[in-house]
Design a protein around this ligand. Structure first.
Ligand code: FAD
Ligand code: N01
Length: 545
């Protein structure tokens, strides 16, 4: 769709974003007979997998679980090539779905949504697009992604650099040529740790600028086994049920045993087994108290540090790579040859805790100890997560109050279920803050939210209702519950993007519901069964105006 064809009509829904969330939301609502348009800033579908094209990008949830589950046909028609598919394959899958469901005809690409204001008199949303046009919709659905606002820290002199600069989350479509170049990578989160080993193979010289050393364990990727795929398809209903009822949206869960119940020898054996299997959960699911009991956490942290010491040949470099925060309180990372990369002759590590970056110069990076000359600079510096993409849109609810103003301080982040917020009727957030979202297999959380929102809109239609809004007491209680659960874990003791700590000036507060996707689904279903308890429902007031 080229120009905005919907200027003069009121749509049932406007959806922002054409990643996994927006695509399923469109399909679902359109199937139920609603008029709906999706607006997407990018040139095509894919969201995360459209933007994050950096070398080494791949998923960390096993591909057989990291796909849509709502359609058995889609499941049976797509076969993943490996345990953890790479970005190009995931993007091919997304395009396959878009074609198969004929989604593009209702998506307007290259179009940013810049503002959305609730019109109380007409009980609808006036939405402004980047091209200056407007559209009106009864429901405004933010499917804008938890990790879609890339973050480039405001380093002094950043505009002076004469070489090439890239952010992992805004990677060009063409291959970036590192051959023979002096490359600097800032950031060692999941993105940096995936990209660094591959860039190192091609670059003339790679300098990694690390602020916080990370725990990372092996991915152990392998080619898909046809028999496993056959069995997964044959048992999908049961597997999906397990995913729905689980903690993180995958069929298994933590072993029901404390790390402190085992002898050191037995623990070592268990950790070795988990390490050997590879993947996101093999190590963290070994015991059920690694995320909550300090002494238990120390055992797994020390296990990984010993692995790093054994892998990295230069003891001084190994020392710089030793993580000290509580394991698992930042998103666990899985890698392929990350620590091994520091044994290469063309790679060096700069510890930014010992020598902070003072400025970016025209020729590279100057730390407190000297200047590093670079041809190419890669920012693997993450995202302004969760609230970042929402705040980029001027969203205003009742009385013209902006979402940004409403959530001004960390403690002020108030949502009901992470889907809605008081004062903003008919605004729905797919995998919004204070939902399980980033703590889970996002596909499970996305599908659950989309289904819930579609059911809710259906309920309004069936009952001749015009608007639904979270009540203040309901969101107060939900936000308190989210904070209480987070406080039980070690996660609140670490500076991480989960806590908003990666963005200068961002209020601190745990950003998600940490009670697990199973419990969360039960709560949502229960609220629906009670006629949308905690929401106020409004009939049409249009006749009165
Ligand atoms: P996104 O894919 O982020 O899509 C949102 C879209 O909204 C974007 O295309 C954006 O351009 C658009 N948009 C935002 N604001 C506007 C606006 N104002 N106007 C118009 N368009 C707008 N999760 C997992 O569960 N497993 C994984 O293995 C995994 N791997 C990941 C790897 C990387 C590199 C990253 C960054 C994230 C990963 N995630 C993973 C999280 C991932 O973001 C989700 O799994 C999922 O892809 C999110 O889909 P989404 O549609 O909700 O959001
Ligand atoms: O971002 P991050 P990411 N000066 O925020 C550093 C998902 N994902 O893009 O730790 C110097 O984790 C920062 O340092 P510190 C996944 O959910 C998944 O890597 O803040 N350094 C850190 O090292 C993940 O969690 C996959 O001290 C600065 C890095 O930059 C999320 O996306 C792959 C700095 C940022 O790490 C984000 O991951 C990729 C500064 N001023 C992403 N500011 C999979 O494998 C920041 N840093 C599925």
């Amino acid at each position: 769709m080229a120009a905005n064809q919907n200027q003069n009509q009121e749509l049932d829904a406007v959806v922002v974003g054409a990643g996994f969330s927006g695509m399923y939301m469109l399909h679902k609502l359109r199937d139920l007979g609603y008029s709906v348009r999706v607006y997407e800033a990018g040139e095509d579908v894919g969201g995360t997998w459209y933007w994050n094209r950096y070398p080494g990008a791949r998923c960390d949830i096993e591909s057989i679980y990291y796909n849509y589950t709502f359609s058995e046909e889609l499941l049976n028609e797509w076969t993943w090539s490996s345990r953890y598919a790479e970005q190009p394959e995931i993007l091919r899958y997304i395009n396959f779905v878009a074609d198969r469901l004929d989604l593009r005809r209702d998506i307007q690409f290259k179009t940013k949504v810049t503002a959305a204001h609730y019109d109380e008199a007409n009980q609808n949303w006036k939405i402004q697009l980047g091209d200056g046009t407007n559209v009106t919709a009864k429901h405004f659905i933010a499917a804008i992604g938890c990790l879609s606002a890339s973050n480039i820290p405001n380093f002094n002199g950043i505009d002076r650099f004469k070489g090439e600069m890239y952010h992992t989350g805004r990677w060009p479509h063409e291959k970036v040529d590192f051959k023979g170049k002096r490359v600097g990578v800032i950031g060692t989160g999941s993105s940096g740790i995936q990209a660094i080993p591959i860039i190192a193979e091609e670059a003339g010289y790679l300098t990694v600028f690390q602020r916080t050393p990370q725990y990372s364990s092996p991915t152990e990727n392998y080619v898909s086994d046809p028999e496993t795929i056959r069995q997964t398809r044959a048992n999908y209903k049961e597997i999906r049920k397990q995913m729905y009822e689980s903690m993180h949206g995958v069929p298994d869960g933590p072993r029901d045993r404390s790390a402190l119940e085992d002898s050191p020898e037995e623990r070592q054996r268990i950790y070795e087994e988990g390490w050997g299997k590879g993947g996101l959960f093999s190590l963290s699911y070994t015991y059920n108290d690694l995320g909550i009991v300090e002494e238990a956490n120390k055992t797994v942290a020390e296990f990984i540090r010993a692995k790093i010491r054994k892998t990295v040949q230069d003891p001084e470099v190994a020392d710089k790579l030793m993580p000290t925060y509580y394991y698992g309180t930042k998103r666990p990372i899985i890698d392929t040859n990350y620590f091994e990369t520091y044994n290469r002759k063309n790679v060096s590590l700069v510890d930014l805790r010992a020598e902070p970056i003072e400025e970016i110069t025209s020729n590279g990076i100057r730390t407190s100890k000297g200047e590093y000359l670079l041809d190419t600079l890669v920012f693997a510096t993450g995202f302004d997560a969760m609230t970042g993409p929402l705040f980029k849109i001027d969203i205003r609810g009742k009385d013209g109050v902006s979402l940004k103003e409403k959530w001004a301080g960390g403690a002020n982040l108030k949502t009901y279920l992470g889907i809605a917020t008081a004062g903003f009727p008919n605004l729905f957030m797919i995998t919004g803050p204070q939902s399980p979202s980033v703590l889970s297999n996002m596909m499970v959380s996305i599908e659950q939210h989309v289904d819930w929102v579609a059911d809710c809109i259906g309920y309004l239609r069936e009952n001749n209702l015009e608007a639904i809004e979270a009540t203040v007491p309901a969101e107060e209680a939900w936000s308190q519950q989210c904070n209480d659960i987070a406080e039980m874990s070690l996660a609140v003791k670490t500076d991480s993007w989960y806590m908003g700590a990666n963005i200068e000036g961002k209020p601190r507060g745990f950003i998600a519901f940490a009670g697990g996707v199973g419990l969360y689904r039960q709560i949502c279903d229960d609220i629906t069964a009670k006629g949308y308890e905690g929401f106020s429902l409004e009939a049409s007031t249009k006749a009165l105006n």
